[in-house]
Ligand binder design. Structure first.
Ligand SMILES: C[S@@+](CC[C@H](N)C(=O)[O-])C[C@H]1O[C@@H](n2cnc3c(N)ncnc32)[C@H](O)[C@@H]1O
Ligand code: SF4
Length: 373
């Protein structure tokens, strides 16, 4: 199997307060031991390197949870280790997720000085009522201040997460959120429609949500507005100025490899023996009580491999090429297409030469995805 591009995902599993819609592996804890966690991340990384070999990372992503809770000096040993082993360079995209409610602005300068060159800011909305309904710990001013400060000190590559279809949101409120994005000259936007996930507070006590008509109006006017600011949609929920696409996320969608380290992190790694998924212990306390960091490994069958590759690739507007599918899975693209996607082809849901949704297919993406399982 050809060597695959490889990224590194680092999970930070704590938040100041759990948001009622969130099913990520994030835990409320007053004073986690960040220094110890930073040290454990190095051991965790080393165990993967020993097992799967050294290969420079195309990107590094600190996600959570709330990575911006971690003081820069607790992340420094890991970044130094990555640099000294030649696994990152100045060109590597290194992103950190930041929550405006946790952020000590001095942290930002520290992150920048460590070589972190991209921020992803969890804003969700700039509307006070929506923020309260979403249980957020910050207001709009804090979010705007943080974004402007980050831009001022040199974070030109900056993503904002916004949500739509939330409690209290009208199409006008969604429009107002996007107008603020325009005024802040953001170069990357993740615009997610709220989903109600099992094991969340919203699942046990469902909030009132906008009706179908309001959702449709929000989608339509919102998409137009985003396009009008020069952010092009390149994935189901991702929009960027040309050249500002997230390399880390692109590697996921193009089904590249990634190490996943930290509590509950998932990885996907291709070896001579095939492709495996890795998973770390979820509970932060259990993770911090460990003496060895070997992740649990699950081999991926050819069926899972091909389905997962396309579930990811088809989320991209440009889809993925047949050659990329073959590189990632070792399988024959034409044969796979004939066996699994003949219906999609005859309905005109795919473009002829790539695994890419046609204009019609994009509107029925779930239908294509269902054909894969
Ligand atoms: C892993 S979260 C981390 C961001 C950061 N902790 C924060 O919230 O400030 C990444 C993003 O996923 C989105 N998200 C989380 N749960 C969601 C849900 N149930 N439906 C839609 N989007 C969701 C939010 O926009 C969130 O910012
Ligand atoms: S701050 Fe982010 S990760 Fe933490 S609970 Fe809220 S959405 Fe989830």
């Amino acid at each position: 199997m050809i060597a695959q591009p490889r990224s590194l995902y680092v999970h930070v599993p704590w938040c100041l307060r759990k948001c009622p819609y969130c099913d990520f592996n994030s835990h409320e804890q007053a004073h986690p031991d960040f220094e110890r966690y930073g040290q454990f991340l190095i051991k965790d990384l080393d165990s993967d390197l020993e097992r799967y070999g050294n290969q420079p990372f195309v990107s590094v992503f600190f996600g959570g949870g709330t990575p911006s809770l971690m003081p820069p000096q607790t992340l420094a040993p890991l970044l130094n280790r990555l640099a000294s082993r030649g696994l990152i360079s100045e060109k590597t995209e290194i992103t950190l997720e930041a929550n405006p409610g946790t952020l000590d602005l001095d942290h930002l300068t520290g992150y920048r000085d460590l070589g972190i060159n991209r921020l992803s800011v969890g804003v969700q909305s700039f509307n006070a009522e929506v923020l309260t309904a979403l249980g957020r710990i910050h207001d709009a001013d804090q979010a705007i201040h943080m974004i402007q400060h980050a831009q001022d000190i040199g974070f030109q590559r900056l993503n904002v997460d916004l949500m739509h279809g939330t409690p209290h949101q009208t199409p006008e409120i969604a429009r107002g959120d996007l107008e603020i994005i325009r005024s802040l000259e953001i170069t990357h936007l993740s615009w997610y429609q709220l989903t109600i996930e099992p094991n969340t507070a919203f699942y046990s006590r469902p909030p009132a949500l906008p009706n179908e008509e309001a959702l449709e109006t929000t989608e339509e006017t919102g998409s137009d507005l985003i396009a009008d600011m020069g952010l092009h949609q390149y994935e189901v929920s991702a929009y960027a100025k040309p050249g500002e696409e997230a390399r880390h996320n692109l590697n996921y969608w193009q089904f590249g490899d990634y190490f996943g380290i930290g509590a509950g992190a998932h990885g996907k790694i291709t070896t001579d023996r095939g492709t495996v998924r890795t998973q770390r212990t979820r509970q932060p306390d259990h993770y911090l009580a460990r003496t060895s960091f070997m992740a649990t490994e699950h081999p991926l069958s050819n069926g899972h491999l091909s389905a997962e590759c396309l579930m990811n690739g088809l989320r991209l507007k440009s889809g993925i090429s047949h050659a990329c599918f073959h590189e990632r899975t070792g399988l024959d693209a034409d044969q796979f297409r004939a066996e699994h996607l003949a219906d999609a082809d005859s309905l005109g849901l795919l473009t002829p030469d790539r695994f890419q949704a046609s204009e019609l297919g994009w509107r029925h993406l779930n239908r294509i995805l269902e054909m894969l399982v």
